[in-house]
Design a protein around this ligand. Structure first.
Ligand code: PEP
Ligand code: MG
Length: 589
């Protein structure tokens, strides 16, 4: 067996090693192989047997899902069974086998391509999305052509494996990961900010993406090491390399355990000032990892995931089932549910969204919701119903002006009255907050704060708009500086205004997860830091090793400085002089 070493992008730290399980989608890449005419009939028979096996499999999954999650979740399997029974689909495959005398795998691949082309050319978005269903069914039949015992994480609850895939839809990733038997993930496609990457990180599954052709390099059952910290994948390594990575894994796991111990310590500075680490998450399943890492609430629930996980629009019950699970698992800690931040380039698969010339400045977030009121109302109804737990807050993204808040309030009141009439339980006093992401909103923070119960500063977008630097454009990323004096002044203004108004203020952008910035933010009056849970131990350790008064003085001086560089040097110098332990954070995550 050849030893192969591949480099990709490490998107979720840690090391996972074990036997490979290739995701079925990755298998859809047959080469053209001819067969003698004497084998044609047998090949057609092999195809038919695979279709039967797929039907049995789908029926079995349908029964399993029905018993585990309820009847409302089985519609996908019904749709897939219908496709499987469509005679024209497999007649086309059979025709290719007979006419071209090729193996069934190649014939299926051809038909798959043809359907992909047809569906992709359709105008109607809903029908265009059907290609995923056809593709799924064909992939299952494809996998069933191979009668050797296949292994999938879902086949065997106890065997833990390394999942190798060409690409994983967020929904596929969610299903695989939530079963708890994925040791690590390696993917051909993907970037650091893809949802699958975020999910792997938040579920603490080591992952490397962007490997281009890992699915061609491994076979089912190969031994693979995934090093998510350094972005490497090693296929069939010799014993010496295996040993080296085993010890690296043990070191990392020990370090991670140490971090987790921090979770049990109090969130207090040296001079006993209380701060609150909160978590940014996208799935209710992430709550337990977040709390085990020291989160004291869910400071940002990005609800877009509910839309991205399904092919039809989520119903009120779909929303409600997610929010109530979330509220219940975090109870009594608070959960800030952000209404959908979609539009522009984050398009909804279920809706026709016009392409915009400048999506970042377009019909996003609350602008989109106010244009699509029935979707917005469905979401608000579900959030309100989940608020019966009394730990739910509603958070509105991308507010620009006061009028938007007035509209949201009207709608919220309308929904409350509806729910009252329908005798639903909910929290009439549910706190309403807005995200400060647009500089104009920051400048009138005093005005907005009078109308809401709290604000959450979304520094990812606020910095992007304030500094006019596209947050995902690598050509200008050198200008994206959270410690730019202008940003510090703006944030300090928002925090001070909130404190003066006696209202809550949180930061939920990546800035809260950066130790230097977190020191500045604490010194600026912030107490609630919401971030990807994986960073909580590090930030908690940093803030526990300083005194507030050092930071307050440091910030006062920093605000007179001219550049981000000067601020950075100043923070390090001042904090280091008083609290050298603030920078003793061990290996960076
Ligand atoms: C932000 O803009 O800081 C934020 C938290 O929202 P998102 O990253 O989801 O745009
Ligand atoms: Mg944002």
């Amino acid at each position: 067996m050849n030893f192969i070493r591949l480099r990709g992008i490490g998107v979720s730290p840690g090391i996972g090693m074990g036997e490979t399980c290739l995701s079925e989608k990755a298998l859809f890449m047959a080469k053209k192989e001819f067969i003698p005419s004497s084998r044609v009939a047998a090949e057609v028979k092999r195809l038919k047997r695979a279709v039967v096996r797929t039907e049995q499999e789908l029926l079995q999954w349908k029964r399993d899902v029905e018993s585990r999650m309820g009847e409302e979740h089985v519609f996908v399997f019904d749709a897939h069974l219908l496709i499987l029974k469509d005679p024209s689909l497999f007649a086309a495959v059979e025709k290719i086998i007979r006419q071209e005398r090729v193996r069934a795998e190649w014939a299926l691949t051809q038909v798959h391509r043809k359907y992909e082309d047809i569906f992709s050319s359709l105008q109607d978005d809903y029908f265009r999305q059907r290609k995923f269903d056809v593709s799924d069914v064909l992939a299952r039949v494809y996998a069933n052509l191979d009668t050797r015992k296949r292994r999938r994480p879902s086949d065997n609850q106890t065997k833990r494996m390394v999942l190798v895939a060409h690409d994983l839809l967020p929904s596929e990733a969610a299903v695989s990961f939530s079963q708890g038997n994925v040791l690590a993930v390696a993917m051909d496609m993907g970037g650091a900010t893809s949802h699958t990457a975020i999910l792997a990180r938040s579920m603490n599954i080591p992952a490397v993406v962007g490997l281009h052709d890992v699915t061609h390099q491994v076979k089912n059952g190969d031994f693979v090491i995934v090093d998510g910290t350094d972005g490497e994948v090693l296929i069939n390594p010799p014993p010496a390399v295996r040993k080296e990575f085993q010890s690296k894994k043990e070191k990392y796991d020990k370090y991670f355990k140490e971090l987790k111990k921090t979770a049990r310590l109090k969130s207090l500075t040296l001079d006993e000032v209380r701060f609150y680490p909160l978590a940014n998450i996208e799935l209710p399943e992430e709550v337990s990892l977040a709390f085990s890492l020291g989160a004291e609430g869910i400071g940002l629930f990005r609800s877009e995931f509910i839309y991205l996980q399904r092919e039809s629009l989520p119903t009120e019950e779909d929303h409600f089932s997610v929010y109530s699970r979330l509220a219940k698992s975090a109870y009594p800690s608070p959960v800030y549910i952000r209404t959908v931040d979609i539009g522009g380039e984050k398009s909804l698969p279920q809706l026709k969204i016009e392409k915009e010339p400048n999506p970042a400045l377009g019909l996003r977030a609350i602008r989109f919701s106010l244009r699509n009121r029935s979707l917005f109302k469905t979401q608000l109804r579900a959030i309100l119903r989940a608020s019966a737990w009394k730990n739910v807050r509603v958070l509105i993204p991308m507010i620009t002006e006061l009028e938007e808040i007035a509209e949201v309030k009207l709608l919220l009141e309308e929904v409350k009255q509806e729910l009252e009439r329908e005798k639903h339980k909910f929290d009439r006093q549910i706190p309403l907050g807005v995200m400060i992401e647009v500089p104009a909103a920051a400048a009138i923070a005093d005005v907005l704060l009078k109308e809401v119960d709290y604000v959450s500063i979304g520094t990812n977008d606020l910095i992007q708009y304030y500094l006019a630097v596209d947050r995902s454009n690598e050509f200008v990323s050198y200008l994206y500086k959270p410690l730019h004096p202008s940003v510090l002044r703006l944030i300090k203004f928002i925090i001070e205004t909130a404190l003066r108004e006696g209202k809550d203020v949180t930061i939920c952008g990546e800035m809260a997860a950066d130790p230097l910035s977190a020191l500045v933010l604490l010194g600026s009056g912030l107490r609630k830091f919401s971030m990807n849970p994986i960073f909580i131990p590090k930030i908690k350790k940093t803030l526990r090793s300083v005194e507030l008064r050092t930071l307050e003085k440091m910030v006062e001086e920093a605000l007179t400085l001219r550049t981000a560089q000067e601020v950075e040097e100043h923070v390090i110098e001042r904090v280091l002089a008083k609290h050298p332990r603030a920078f003793l954070m061990g290996q960076a995550l």
